[in-house]
Design a protein around this ligand. Structure first.
Ligand SMILES: [Zn+2]
Length: 223
């Protein structure tokens, strides 16, 4: 198994990652970037030799538009399937990034709702609903799903037997490894961070920023 990171620009100096997992006989794509970066993601898949039929599964760590902006398009193009946690289903289906999130400031909500909505053509209903404890062996990828809510309700991590954790937007690495700055539910986020201690994790592959050893994160937490 080889992990290829596809990094694309997001906003300001922040980028967003997709991870293309090279399997013996196909590929898994973890997250898909925002719709505006479609060409970059497609080009990376083509360079890797991922042709229609070879993309076994598109796994979304959560439903935000910067991670699932190309999911519907890539599913069509590659004849693939989309997996997402059920708690984020309305983000993809209705394009509403506030689905299942706590209600933010009533004045800002409609503004952000417009800016961050997923365009209608890119909305989707997942084929596979993820939940904690699931494993993706049926797709040739021996990773386990860990529920890591806080940034949003349906944020999941994918942990491989080698100790690689794709954590979605639980942790990020813009500047240094840290809890991701956008938090919807503080208590859930803290519990998700605590939960990581129960797993044999070595390297973290975040939604934003470069991969890092989990020890670097704990060191920054004073642990
Ligand atoms: Zn994100």
């Amino acid at each position: 198994m080889k992990i290829e990171t596809i990094t694309t620009p997001f906003v300001l100096n922040i980028s967003v990652n997709c991870y293309l997992i090279h399997l013996e006989d196909g590929f898994i794509l973890i997250d898909t970037a925002k719709a505006g970066q479609r060409q970059a993601v497609e080009a990376a898949l083509e360079r890797a030799g991922c042709t229609p039929g070879r993309l076994k599964l598109i796994v979304l760590t959560h439903g935000d538009f910067d991670h699932c902006g190309n999911a519907a398009y890539l599913r069509r193009k590659f004849g693939s399937q989309i997996a997402l946690h059920g708690d984020d289903i309305g983000m993809g289906r209705d394009g509403n990034m506030f689905y299942n999130r706590k209600q933010p400031n009533p004045i800002l909500k409609p503004i952000f709702g417009l800016i961050f909505a997923l365009p209608e053509a890119d909305r989707f209903t997942p084929d596979v609903l993820l939940k904690g404890g699931d494993d993706l062996a049926a797709y040739g990828f021996g990773a386990t799903v860990i529920e890591l809510p806080g940034h949003c309700k349906g944020n999941v991590g994918l942990l491989t037997p080698e100790g690689d954790l794709f954590c979605g937007d639980l942790l990020g690495n813009t500047g240094k490894p840290a809890v991701w700055s956008l938090v919807d539910d503080k208590a859930a986020m803290a519990a998700s961070v605590e939960k990581l201690k129960g797993y044999p994790i070595t390297t973290v592959y975040p939604g934003h920023g470069a991969a890092f050893p989990i020890s670097a994160f704990w060191a920054g937490q004073g642990n």
